[in-house]
Write a protein that binds this ligand. Structure first.
Ligand code: ADP
Ligand code: MG
Length: 350
């Protein structure tokens, strides 16, 4: 559906496995002092003096997590890295290395993997992380891509999900719900395209939400920003499965409850208008959509003046005693229980 500009097709078997790895990784440069040895030996060698190391992995499967009919491979590569870096930043750590493993069928030409790795490389350059290894194997079915990200942080700066206290304020970065609505638009265009393949989609008016779906950016900027403001988050998580399910994680792991205020949830105007077009409730989308890759965190009330005027942050609620439970306070001032309708990897109807 989206035009593929890379038209030539070189069979993967022409290079062999080692030739392929060399070809795909040759343009990656090692830039971190913490990388002693990258690609090329049996294992990478890293060195982190006096810091704790954080490690996180995500697995993305064609047909489950992405659809190549509207996800260009370059974007997929970029997004696969973002999904992982977001988890590193959610620990308040600095990301420094990634490994990338792929399982690929011979339906993909070399040029497709070049596109995938161009996206991975763009992410490495933009976020200053080194590609230090991976694995390459064949797949009988679709494309599988797994990224592991490695980060580091002095022990005192690490922020877990479990540190939220009663009366802490709940804060989210950026806005939420856009990536999910971008996906709805892309799915709709795909159906239109199936009926009439000559119909190239005009996504101009949906540019923000489509970009949030196809090219998310992880919040590398939040750690230094909080430091500059003199704020230490008490608990933190990234918003991958939807705001409500992330809030429930913070509450459960911190043994607190929460009041979330509907009117405080940050929504982009494009999300509001596209929700109207699709006849969807924008609050439901914000709570359950997911793939926002924003950071959700709690701070002590005393830190409120330090962040209240900052456009990166929205204060959306506060933590309560655990026994009070988790609630959404609606615009009409009714209190309804917050439930996780976040995207469930095990359900087959989504
Ligand atoms: P081994 O057989 O010991 O697993 P490989 O031949 O799979 O070694 O890998 C050789 C080197 O290339 C290693 O440094 C490995 O981390 C790296 N590598 C393999 N596949 C990839 C990939 N898809 N992307 C980046 N590096 C890779
Ligand atoms: Mg290997």
């Amino acid at each position: 559906m989206l035009e593929n500009k890379n038209q030539s097709r070189t069979s993967l078997s022409e290079l062999g496995e080692f030739g392929l790895i060399d070809h795909l990784t040759e343009h990656f440069k090692i830039t971190k002092e913490t990388t002693i040895k990258g690609v090329g030996d049996d294992a990478a060698i890293l060195k982190f003096p006096d810091e704790q190391v954080v490690v996180t992995t995500d697995l993305l499967i064609e047909g489950v997590h992405f659809d190549l009919s509207y996800m260009p491979l370059k974007h997929l590569g970029y997004k696969a890295v973002m999904v992982n870096l977001s988890d590193v930043y959610a620990m308040n750590a600095n990301a420094s290395q990634i490994t990338v493993s792929i399982a690929v069928s011979n339906r993909f030409p070399l040029e497709a993997l070049e596109d995938l790795y161009a996206g991975i490389q763009a992410a490495c350059v933009n976020y200053k992380v080194d590609l230090v290894g991976g694995d390459t194997t064949s797949s009988q079915v679709g494309l599988v891509i797994s990224v592991t990200a490695i980060g580091h942080c002095v022990a005192d700066d690490i922020v877990k999900r479990s540190g939220a206290q009663v009366n802490d304020l709940l804060v989210v970065t950026g806005d939420v719900g856009a990536a999910y609505m971008g996906l709805q638009v892309l799915e709709r265009e795909k159906e239109v395209f199936k009926v009439n393949p000559k119909n190239q989609p005009d996504l101009e008016q949906y540019s923000y939400i489509v970009e949030r779906q196809l090219k998310p950016e992880a919040r590398k900027d939040i750690k230094p920003l909080l430091k500059e403001l003199g704020v230490k988050a008490t608990a933190m998580i990234d918003v991958s499965d939807g705001l409500s399910s992330e809030i429930l994680h913070l509450c459960k792991q911190s043994n607190v409850g929460c009041n979330l205020y509907e009117d405080k949830i940050p929504l982009d105007p494009q999300v509001i208008s596209v929700c109207e077009e699709f006849k969807l409730d924008s609050t439901t989308i914000a709570l359950s959509g997911g793939e926002d890759y924003e950071l959700l965190f709690t701070i002590a009330q005393a830190d409120f003046p330090k962040i209240k005027a900052n456009p990166n942050f929205s204060i959306i609620g506060h933590m309560t005693e655990e026994k009070e439970g988790m609630h959404l306070i609606t615009r009409g001032n009714t209190k309804i229980p917050l439930i996780a309708r976040g995207w469930n990897a095990m359900s087959d109807n989504e």
